[in-house]
Design a binder for this molecule. Structure first.
Ligand SMILES: C[S@@+](CC[C@H](N)C(=O)[O-])C[C@H]1O[C@@H](n2cnc3c(N)ncnc32)[C@H](O)[C@@H]1O
Length: 302
């Protein structure tokens, strides 16, 4: 599989490159947590932001944002991350509680604290796959808080552009048992070949009764809406140039590929869930979120 240095930088931790996006999502979750009408609560999120020099001065409460909800980054985009967190919390919990899987694999886990926040059934194992520097930072912050996971938690420091299967199976993942997979805010940073490998691999390691959720961006969104306020304000306010971090190659049709392998799939816009929950982002002109799709896939039992 592909190269070693990450697109744009060689940075492996949260201090720059794609790792810094994990801190951006953590700041968004911190803000969401303290909204009166929060969609998801993550009490750990603000600790990551406050601990990292790279996010010094970033807000963790809405009142620290001078223009509040009118701010494209800390208003609308942060709300997007809050909604995404809630929807994927619900997907994971529903999959383990009613689907019966006891293995959960968070691909590109970043500063996701679900192992610590959600009520997992007995016997659940949460595998967290991300690059070493990101997981080391997470470990340090959570260790400082004496945080206790609510399920067995297994960090797997590896680059998803490498062959990550051996690392996962060596860590105890059992391909013969059902599993639940999540790739949240990840695939558009990977080369198309790494995404295809990831989807093929999830299929190969998933027995009937397994489930997968992932987020993609349609090509047109990546190309057409580069002047969207979400992208420009993220670049100007916190120095993250998302368009530069996204992989520029045409994207594979991963939902279609899974359907071709016999999975049942459903594809949603985030706005579908805004309407369902009565809060969250709604469509805008020249919208960086217009091409985001959340895909839910289930592998039927034989
Ligand atoms: C936007 S963050 C999302 C993190 C988390 N899923 C969430 O939603 O909070 C993207 C994450 O993907 C990880 N990532 C990107 N490319 C990766 C790669 N090639 N291998 C492993 N992790 C990667 C980054 O380190 C970062 O933690």
């Amino acid at each position: 599989m592909a190269g070693t240095a990450h697109r744009n930088t060689g940075v492996e931790g949260v201090e720059g490159g794609v790792g810094l996006t994990a801190l951006m999502v953590a700041a968004a979750r911190a803000i969401e947590t303290h909204r009166h009408d929060s969609l998801a609560r993550d009490v750990y999120a603000e600790h990551f932001v406050l601990a990292a020099p790279a996010s010094a001065g970033w807000p963790v409460r809405m009142h620290q944002v001078p223009d509040g909800d009118a701010n494209p980054l800390w208003g609308r985009f942060a709300r997007y991350f809050g909604l995404r967190t809630r929807v994927l919390d619900d997907f994971l919990l529903q999959s383990v509680h009613s689907g019966g899987a006891r293995q959960v694999v968070l691909l590109g886990a970043g500063l996701d604290s679900r192992a610590f926040r959600l009520d997992w059934p007995c016997g659940c194992v949460i595998f967290e796959v991300d690059r070493e520097g990101v997981l080391a930072f997470k470990h340090k912050v959570l260790g400082g808080l004496s945080a206790t996971p609510k399920a067995a938690r297994v960090p797997i420091p590896i680059d998803l552009r490498a062959d990550w299967v051996a690392a996962l199976t060596d860590a105890g993942f059992d391909a013969a048992a059902p599993s639940v997979w999540l790739a949240e805010g990840l695939l558009f940073y990977l080369p198309g070949a790494a995404e295809t490998y990831l989807i093929d691999t999830v299929d190969r390691l998933s027995t009937g009764g397994s489930a997968l959720a992932f987020e993609v961006k349609l090509d047109k969104d990546l190309l057409e809406f580069s002047d969207s306020p979400l992208y420009t304000s993220t670049k100007h306010q916190i120095g993250i140039d998302l368009l530069n971090l996204f992989d520029g190659e045409p994207r594979p049709d991963s939902a279609g590929d899974l359907a071709g392998k016999g999975w049942s799939t459903s594809v949603h816009t985030p706005f579908d869930f805004t309407r369902r929950h009565g809060r969250g982002p709604l469509p805008e002109q020249r919208d960086a979120l217009a091409g985001n799709r959340w895909v839910f896939a289930n592998k039927p039992r034989p």
